[in-house]
Design a protein around this ligand. Structure first.
Ligand code: ADP
Ligand code: F6P
Length: 320
């Protein structure tokens, strides 16, 4: 193996830069040349890349976003797109490719692996934390802390005005972020896409809390549960509480990565480069019961990471 490619794809996540840095420095130490493809899969299709050296990835470990840029790339979902990417890998003599991204990016990587001789290793990085085969993804801890810091402030104004706040956090399809954030801010209610909402139960909790003197409250809702403005309006109409909606939004995708996100980035980069150097590919690295391991791309792409919904019950009891 002589040349490694690295690409960041899909939604960005804090710690992607730390992962790029790790891949480049570890691969360079082994004598590989590293090409950084730009704008996700688009860069492979259009053959846009820059040569990365240990020096060119200096001063980025603490930066959110990705110096390689990222994108959603519809063309990669076509046979022609995949074929172009495979041809460009061959044209640049890329023998190994590190894909830093989420489950969508890994589905793309699986398709590409069927058309190229280059070995591919995935590095899970998404604030959604929804990659099967890894207990945690790069960026998740940072996003949790961003949302928690925001909601702690909202709690102050909620208490002084005796209001209930519905706070929408990211998670279009999965509730990992909402669940961890909800638990750690002491939310009275947590709404996740995995569990159908029972509005009557939400009304009951809000009314019971008010009756026992707890007139303020925080309801954390993943964006994937539906129209949070309507949810807030319905709660107000059915409980007599004064309800406001606050959306944390894209701040959750940015910011300086926490130490935890940087650590995962460095450990995952190490595993990815070691696997490629020893001729192993078509897998995704991850944290399994506290240890850095890997799993086949096929398995990661075919299974859904389960959400521990028992924690919703724990959060409810803790918030009584
Ligand atoms: P994430 O990696 O953050 O989950 P997306 O789901 O948006 O992000 O996926 C990133 C990109 O991966 C998509 O824009 C597309 O280019 C590619 N991709 C996703 N699913 C597939 C697929 N089934 N086949 C080929 N490419 C895919
Ligand atoms: O990065 C994951 C994620 O934040 C989802 O939770 C969210 O629904 C989605 O990306 C939104 O991203 P975009 O607007 O870039 O498609």
């Amino acid at each position: 193996m002589k040349t490694l490619g690295v690409v960041t794809s899909g939604g960005d996540a804090p710690g992607m830069n730390a992962a790029i840095r790790g891949v480049v420095r570890l691969a360079s130490a082994m004598g590989f040349e590293v090409l950084g493809f730009e704008r996700g899969w688009e860069g492979l299709i259009n053959n846009r890349f820059k040569r990365l050296t240990p020096r060119s990835v200096g001063g980025i470990i603490h930066l959110g976003g990705t110096i390689l840029l990222t994108s959603r790339c519809p063309e990669f979902k076509t046979r022609e797109g995949i074929k172009k990417a495979a041809d460009n890998l061959a044209a640049n003599n890329v023998d190994g490719l590190v894909v830093i991204g989420g489950d969508g990016s890994f589905r793309g990587a699986l398709e590409l692996s069927r058309e190229t001789d280059a070995l591919i290793v995935g590095v899970p990085a998404t604030i959604d934390n929804d990659v099967y085969g890894s207990d945690e993804t790069i960026g998740f801890d940072t996003a949790v802390n961003t949302a928690v810091a925001e909601i702690d402030k909202i709690r102050d104004t909620a208490i002084s005005h005796e209001r209930v706040f519905v706070v929408e956090v990211m998670g279009r399809r999965r509730g990992f972020l909402a669940l961890t954030v909800g638990l750690t801010v002491g939310a009275e209610v947590i709404l996740v896409p995995e569990v159908p909402i029972k509005m009557e139960e939400v009304f009951k909790t809000v009314k019971e809390n008010a009756a026992k003197g707890k007139k303020s409250g925080i309801i954390v809702a993943a964006e994937g549960v539906g129209d949070t403005r309507r949810i807030a309006e319905e709660i107000e109409a059915n409980t007599g509480a004064e309800v406001r909606l606050s959306i944390v939004g894209y701040a959750q995708r940015g910011g300086s990565p926490t130490a935890r996100s940087r650590l995962l980035a460095s450990l995952f980069a190490n595993e990815a480069v070691n696997l490629l150097a020893s001729g192993v590919g078509n897998c995704v690295v991850g944290l399994q019961k506290g240890e850095v391991r890997s799993m086949s791309l096929e398995e990661v792409c075919s299974k859904e990471k389960p959400l521990d919904t028992r924690l919703l019950g724990l959060a409810r009891t803790l918030a009584t």
